[in-house]
Design a protein around this ligand. Structure first.
Ligand code: PHB
Length: 385
């Protein structure tokens, strides 16, 4: 193993379970589910190929049809979806990884053109996203003014998160990660720019955090909170996530997560804006180390890391596990490559968000990786292009 990388390959305790190493497959939207959100055999192959991670967080998985912005993302709200996940989860854990489902509701990032009722998405306030555009099959189009959730509507969405968590356990997941990052529904409640409510869900930090707190209350009824992780992107302004005091806001959120005894805190690093790199990272940085210090549990950081930077963070005590997204897409056997110092494949952009096997399951294992050639290894058949 290249010198200095040892820490990445030490086991880690997460939610009362042991991850065999500290590399995390970050949640990545790949849009290979069926139109009805049922996971596919191709997805099982994809996760099997990346099953050398210590912790696998599924791609964003919607809690309801209204929670989706794009076609072919998986869900966890129907019995068929639960059945469809079972072989995918089995494949993901085939080498000992801990496997969490990322629970997702996009809120105002939805678009009527992709909604079953052809109506705009739901949000804390009727404020549209102005600085970005919706990725429609015909190209980029403006976002719409979302519908404001009523108190009853909020209760409904909270219930959808709890049902999805129960379904995740039934599908075999070890736990769930709440997607509180990247300007999706939970983040929309947190930030003042997207939450102008005058009721108990808007105004003070406590009020804007109430939606998240109620989701955690509801999850706690169906799954131990020790098996619930939380993902945040405190430095990101992607999708108009504006707040005059991001540092104060996210410190309060992390204190809540710590008090509830959540499984882990997963931070998107300051250099990342949603699925892109942040040009304005310098202006909006909320330090991961500072937030991590407020959380009594494992800290995962994701965003642009190399093997060296990841190991250095673990060594410095400013992260416990490190997520990899783009590197893991292009290198299904990324842990093997880090361990052996093997060269890395570059990412190809085509097939990132749609399609079949091309750009998804056709990235090869390294030729020196015994798993890529051993005929008796069931994963070998899956991973040879
Ligand atoms: C995306 O589809 O571009 C995407 C999905 C989920 C994220 C960020 C980006 O958290």
């Amino acid at each position: 193993m290249p010198l200095g990388l040892e820490r990445l390959f030490e086991p880690a305790e997460v939610g009362g379970q042991t991850c065999p190493n500290r590399m995390v497959l970050a949640p990545l939207t790949r849009s290979r589910a069926r139109e009805d959100g049922v996971p596919t055999a191709l997805m099982a192959e994809y996760y099997a190929q990346r099953s050398g991670a210590g912790l696998i967080v599924s791609e964003g998985t919607v809690v309801s049809p209204q929670g989706a912005s794009y076609a072919r993302v998986p869900g966890l709200y129907s019995p068929e979806q639960v059945e469809g996940w079972k072989p995918v989860v089995g494949a993901a854990r085939s080498r000992g990884a801990i496997v969490y489902a990322q629970l997702w509701h996009v809120g105002r990032q939805a678009h009527s053109s992709a909604q079953p009722d052809r109506l705009p998405g739901w949000a804390p306030s009727a404020i549209p996203i102005l600085s970005a555009q919706y990725r429609s099959p015909a190209g980029r189009i403006p976002f719409e003014v979302p519908r404001e959730l009523s108190a009853e509507g909020i209760r409904g969405v909270v219930g959808q998160f709890a049902t999805a968590a129960r379904n995740a356990l039934e599908a075999g997941f070890d736990g769930v990660e709440l997607h509180g990052a990247n300007g999706y529904l939970i983040d929309q409640f947190l930030n003042a720019g997207s939450n102008q409510r005058a009721d108990q869900y808007g105004g003070t930090f406590t009020n804007r955090i109430r939606f998240l707190a109620e989701v955690l209350d509801a999850l706690g009824e169906v799954i131990p909170l020790e098996r619930v992780g939380l993902r945040l992107s405190p430095s990101s302004t992607w999708m108009d996530m504006q707040d005059p005091d991001k540092r104060g806001l996210y410190s309060a959120v992390v204190r809540l997560a710590s008090a509830r005894g959540l499984s882990y805190l997963h931070l998107v690093e300051p250099g990342i804006a949603g699925s892109t790199e942040a040009a304005d990272a310098r202006d909006t940085v909320v330090s991961s180390a500072e937030l991590g210090a407020l959380f009594n549990g494992p800290l995962i950081v994701t965003g642009g890391h190399t093997a060296e930077s990841a190991a250095a963070r673990i060594e410095a005590g400013t992260a416990d596990l490190v997520g990899f997204g783009r590197l893991f897409i292009a290198n299904p056997d990324l842990p093997f490559r880090f361990q052996t110092g093997a060269e890395l494949e570059p990412l190809r952009r085509e097939g990132l968000y749609a399609g079949g096997a091309a750009g998804y399951t056709d990235y090869p294992h390294h030729p020196d990786n015994p798993h890529s050639t051993r005929k008796e290894d069931p994963l070998c058949a899956l991973s040879t292009p």
